[in-house]
Each structure stands twice: as structure tokens, then as C-alpha cells.
Ligand binder design. Structure first.
Ligand SMILES: Nc1nc2c(ncn2[C@@H]2O[C@H](COP(=O)(O)OP(=O)(O)O)[C@@H](O)[C@H]2O)c(=O)[nH]1
Ligand SMILES: [Mg+2]
Length: 432
């Protein structure tokens, strides 16, 4: 670690050491306390060089984990040439500064890592604003170079103040800059939200789109890779509205959909991150079908499903179809919870193992059915002037017959219920 300055808290492509300090009554997985942080670090793009787990009765005020443990970690950092240390706990700015001094490198806490992920995933204006607001409230006060960063954004009348020097005066300036930016952000968020209420979603209509949602560590990325192995990444521009990792998923028989790995739900999400999480998730779930991935080996899986449902409801993701993917069946072959879920959501659950491939064929078949929807035959004439609708029909419906006329095309198609709604949204009038 060469540069210990906390100027930028991003861990993409860095070698990191993970640390969990377990206090009495902690919520961690007893068999693998770092399971979630490991998956979060992976999502952020980091590679894990080592993992440290410690038990304590209470946090050490100066370093959280105690000075002996800090020395141990500092040695590991040097031995493994790690670039950052990430804590599963939330630390105070003072604790971070103390540990960084010993370690001679960058130290992040759990909230900072989560914000780093949201920042890299946020695409829409609202998501970006929400993430910045959360960073302003949580991360920026912890950056040594906070004032120069804020000055760049707020600019205008405040330019130049940051050079006046350190100490009390600087703190006061930082506070004023942060307040100015916070006010600005809150106003912008209000404006965007008001606009959004009227705005029709402009997402791609060329493909049937499927989104993976679920808690971190449920196996979304593993499933994404299993399903799309060999598929091409989707053109960023075409799928700008889907924002996250999107790849072509071939269902066989010429059927192809676009699959997106979305930002994951997080256990015990700190309350100051809720708004930015929602905004980032909201943009990611504008798809035709949601696959809710559950880790059936996880004791909290039932409760997690409830949270996923509630959150989707709250962000208005209620229009699309849903399938509950019961993942990791290889770990728990006879799980009672699975049977309960299957009977509670008849026809809506599929048991799979993203690792062994078990159940994947059935999942593919269910997605194909969802894509076709309640298919029906339809006869219609489209004026050639309605280029968008013609294109939509050619790519999203099964064309059974096509007769060219002077300025129109007469079609007979097999088309799903949802696609009919989309055709209407494109201004096509259908006699029914
Ligand atoms: N045994 C088993 N482990 C799995 C399965 N799917 C994923 N995992 C493991 O669960 C952990 C988290 O998976 P990941 O795909 O990163 O989860 P994500 O956070 O939802 O993207 C990884 O260690 C995976 O290898 C599965 O079907 N069976
Ligand atoms: Mg993932």
C-alpha cells in the first residue's frame, strides 16, 4: 500500500483483506461469518487475499479490533501486498484513521463498501443523486480531501475557500460546503421524483428482459454466469436503462432473452443507505420478468423473501411476472422450507443449483413460458409509417404471415398479452 490518503474509497480490482469483528449477539452466519462481505467485495470488483475473524466482548474505542490485532493485520497487508482492508463492521472516522496509520493503507468499513457498489451501479439521475447524498452524509466527512471534492461540485461563490488552511476554520468551511451541497441534492431529488411520476419508462422493447434480484450471497452472479456462459454482453447504449451487467441468455430453439444481474439486497442494510439502495434497485428492475433468487440453505431465507416482496412493492415493481428461484438445493436436498414455499406459491417456484446445474432446464422452460405469456393469434395492418411498431412486431412476435401493401403491412402473428400492451403503447390501434 503506497498511498494511505483517503481520497477515494473504491476497491475495484484491488487485492483486499476482509475483517469481521464478532460482538455478542451479532447477526453473522455462524458457519461462515464473512459470507456476505466476501460476496459484497466480489461485487465491488475486489479480489480477496485473506480473511480475519475476531471475537470481542465490546469494540475497542481507538481501533475497534484492538491494537494487537491491528498489528497482525498490518503484517498481513505487507506480506500479501494487499491494497485495502475492509471491515464487516461500521467504524468511526477516528478508528479508521488510527488503523490506517498502522496499516499504512486504505481501510474501508461496511457502509463505505456498500456505497462504493451503489455508486458503481447507479445509472439514472435519481439513483446517482441518492448515492451522492448518502456519500455526502457518510463517506465524505471521512475523506481527508473532502473540501476540495465539495468545492469542485458546489463551485461558484465558494471557490478558493478551501485553500485557506487547516484546522478549525477548515472544518467550518467543510461543514458549510457540505450543507450547501446537501440542500442542492435534496432539491434535485424532489424535482426528479416529480418528473418521474409522469414519465413513461423508456426501456428497450427489442428483447424480453429478465432481472435477477435477491440477497447478496444468494447466488445471483453464479446463476448469471451459468445461464449466460458464452453469451455476449449487451450493447451498453441499447441497454442503458438496465444499467447493470446484462448478457444474452439463449433459451434454445431460437429463443433469446436479455438477463441482468442487479444490485443485491443486503442483510441489515444501514438505515442511511436505504434511499440510495432503493433508487439503484428501482432502475434495475424495469424488466419483463423478475427471478427472485433465494439461498434455501440460509436460515433467514423466508424473512429475506418477505423483504424482497415488500421492497419491490414499495418501488412500484409490481407489473412484471415473477419466479422464485430456490437456489443451492445441492446443499439442502430435503429442505422443509422449500416444500412450504412451493405450496405457498404454486407454479411460481423452481428449485435449482447454480453450481451443479440441477434444475436449470426447468428454469429455462419456465422462463420460456413466461416470455410467451398467454400467446394468441392476432391479425393487424400496420402503416409503414409506424416504423417502431413494425420493428417491435418483427422482433418480439412470431410472424405467421406477412403481406406487403402499398403503404402498409398486413400481419398475422402469435403474440403475448404483454407485447400486445406494448404495441398499444406504441400507438397501434387494435380492433378487438
Ligand atoms: N453450494 C452452492 N453454492 C452456491 C450455489 N450458487 C452460488 N453458490 C455460492 O454462494 C456464494 C455467493 O454466490 P454469488 O453468485 O456471488 O452470490 P450473489 O451475491 O447473489 O451474486 C459463492 O461462494 C458461490 O460459489 C449453489 O447452487 N450451490
Ligand atoms: Mg453478485
Amino acid at each position: 500500500m503506497s498511498n494511505p490518503a483517503r481520497e477515494e474509497l473504491t476497491v475495484a480490482r484491488e487485492r483486499v483483506i476482509l475483517v469481521a469483528c464478532l460482538l455478542p449477539g451479532n447477526q453473522a452466519n455462524p458457519h461462515d461469518p464473512l459470507d456476505e462481505l466476501r460476496a459484497l467485495a466480489g461485487t465491488a470488483g475486489a479480489s480477496v487475499a485473506d480473511e480475519v475473524i475476531q471475537q470481542r466482548d465490546r469494540p475497542d474505542p481507538a481501533t475497534y479490533i484492538g491494537s494487537g490485532k491491528v498489528l497482525e493485520i498490518a503484517e498481513q497487508v505487507r506480506a500479501l501486498a494487499a491494497q485495502a482492508v475492509i471491515f464487516d463492521n461500521d467504524l468511526s472516522p477516528r478508528q479508521i484513521a488510527n488503523i490506517e496509520e498502522q496499516v499504512q493503507g486504505k481501510v474501508l468499513d461496511r457502509s463505505e463498501l456498500i456505497l462504493d457498489i451503489f455508486a458503481s451501479r447507479a445509472q439514472t439521475t435519481e439513483a446517482k443523486l441518492q448515492v451522492e447524498l448518502a456519500q455526502l452524509e457518510y463517506t465524505y466527512p471521512r475523506l481527508r480531501a473532502m473540501w476540495s471534492h465539495l468545492e469542485r461540485i458546489v463551485g461558484g461563490g465558494m471557490a478558493g475557500i478551501g485553500t485557506r488552511g487547516p484546522g478549525e476554520q477548515q472544518l467550518e468551511i467543510d461543514r458549510r460546503l457540505a450543507q450547501a451541497r446537501t440542500t442542492q441534492l435534496k432539491r434535485q431529488i424532489k424535482e426528479v421524483q416529480a418528473r418521474k411520476a409522469r414519465e413513461v419508462s423508456a426501456r428497450s422493447i427489442d428483447f424480453f428482459t429478465v432481472g435477477l434480484v435477491g440477497y447478496t450471497n444468494a447466488g445471483k452472479s453464479t446463476l448469471f454466469n451459468t445461464l449466460t456462459a458464452g453469451g455476449a454482453y449487451a450493447d451498453d447504449k441499447l441497454f442503458a436503462t438496465l444499467s447493470t451487467r446484462t448478457k444474452a441468455w439463449s433459451l434454445g430453439g431460437g429463443d433469446q432473452v436479455m438477463l441482468s444481474d442487479t444490485v443485491g439486497f443486503i442483510r441489515d442494510l444501514p438505515h442511511h443507505l436505504v434511499a440510495s439502495f432503493r433508487a439503484t434497485l428501482e432502475e434495475a428492475v424495469r424488466c419483463d420478468l423478475l427471478l427472485i433468487v433465494l439461498d434455501v440453505a440460509e436460515v433467514r431465507c423466508r424473512q429475506q423473501l418477505g423483504t424482497v416482496f415488500d421492497t419491490l412493492q414499495q418501488i412500484g415493481a409490481t407489473q412484471q411476472g415473477r419466479l422464485i428461484v430456490l437456489n443451492k438445493v445441492d446443499k439442502v436436498p430435503n429442505n422443509a422450507e422449500m416444500l412450504v414455499l412451493a405450496s405457498e406459491f404454486p407454479g411460481k417456484t423452481v428449485a435449482v443449483s447454480a453450481r451443479t446445474g440441477r434444475g436449470i432446464d426447468e428454469l429455462v422452460e419456465r422462463v420460456r413460458q413466461a416470455m410467451r405469456g398467454q400467446m394468441r393469434e392476432l391479425t393487424l395492418r400496420l402503416p409503414l409509417a409506424q416504423g417502431k411498431a413494425v420493428h417491435f412486431l418483427e422482433t418480439r412476435a412470431e410472424v405467421l404471415d406477412r403481406q406487403y401493401e402499398t403503404d402498409a403491412v398486413a400481419y398475422r402473428v402469435r403474440i403475448g398479452q404483454r407485447q400486445i400492451q406494448q404495441l398499444k403503447a406504441l400507438g397501434v390501434r387494435l380492433e378487438e
